[in-house]
Design a protein around this ligand. Sequence first.
Ligand code: CU
Length: 413
Amino acid sequence: MYSPDQNTKKEYIMAFKKLINFKTLSSAFAAMLLFTTNMVMAQDTAQTATTLSTDDAAKSAMWIGVGYYVLLVLLLAVIIGIVGKILRVYDLTQQIQGKKSMNWNNILGVMFIIFLIVGLYGAYWSFTVQGAMLLPEAASIHGVKTDTMFYVTFGITVTVFVITQILLFGFSFRYRATGKRKAYFYPHNNTIEKIWTVVPAIVLTILVITGFFTWKEITNSVDAKGSPASIDIDVTGHQFAWELRYPGKDGKLGAKNYRLVTGTNKLGINYQDKHSFDDLAADTLVIPVNKSIRLNILAQDVIHSVYMPHFRLQLNAVPGLPTFFKFTPTITTADMRSKVDNPKFEYLLYCNKICGGGHYNMQKVVRVVTDAEYNQWLSKQKPYLNDQLKKELKMADNGQTKQAAPNRLALNN
Ligand SMILES: [Cu+2]
């Protein structure tokens, strides 16, 4: 016999069956499986950690870390799913008992607003946290221009981001469905289309053209007439170090030839060129402040990249494709130390191409000093042509006999 009571019970059972359906069970099972595997793996690592090298231990630690976050996201998804189902069951029981059911339109509308506020706060929070990690002010003339472009682009995109997010979520809330209102069908408006096509097109064109001219100005710099020539410094990348070569008293770097490269003559300096004899080898990239510097960028094996972030300078070092970057440092290391309030601050030269296993090790200290300090430092640097190399080239001790090694030098022609 049929009774309304029995019907209610049936609805309850149906709803709970829905709650514990196949999808929920299988996702819970998958999460459990992941969790247990993770636990076992963690124990495994703990047991074998002593026998593993630090590299391997770091690797498994990383994977356990990744597994943990994947699991966390899955767990969150399952919890949200379960809460949703519970709410649905609650809603159904309300309906069955003849009470007013939940207003999902209002709930979703409010959730949109919460998401907007939390999301915008999150963006602001990330600025406050990561903003402190920004590089200090640019330490080169062209770097200031690069920074200006960066901040202009940043300002425009952040403004557009905030406005569009407010419109997107605000509209979803303001015009949410109600019983009284029917959605207005508004598929097309030419005026709006024109505005949101033309305005970004103009803004982007201005940004791109400004970027193009700035880059042209940076890379096409020619020594002005009458002013002293740039200081030429060779920066040669190989796996896994940078070799530096400074010109000697003549101010000119001697010629190179890759066919002359040996264990001792690492850069393949050609000693048929008289400019080569006084060239200097250095460990630190020391440069005088407010002087034009020309870095000749070379690579001997794979692609490396000269990256000096404090000077907003980066250029790839490509084998067989010598190139250069000209810049003028404007802040000495000492001044920058007081600016960033860190007595240990050093400018650095990195490799910015993942060029192999020892890539992380391609780091050199860059020191910007006064003119006097630079000259003093330069006078202490050792000549590239050391005794071992002289011996290899069968040079006499006075180092001037060009005929001493005819076979090697002949390769140059
Ligand atoms: Cu490299």
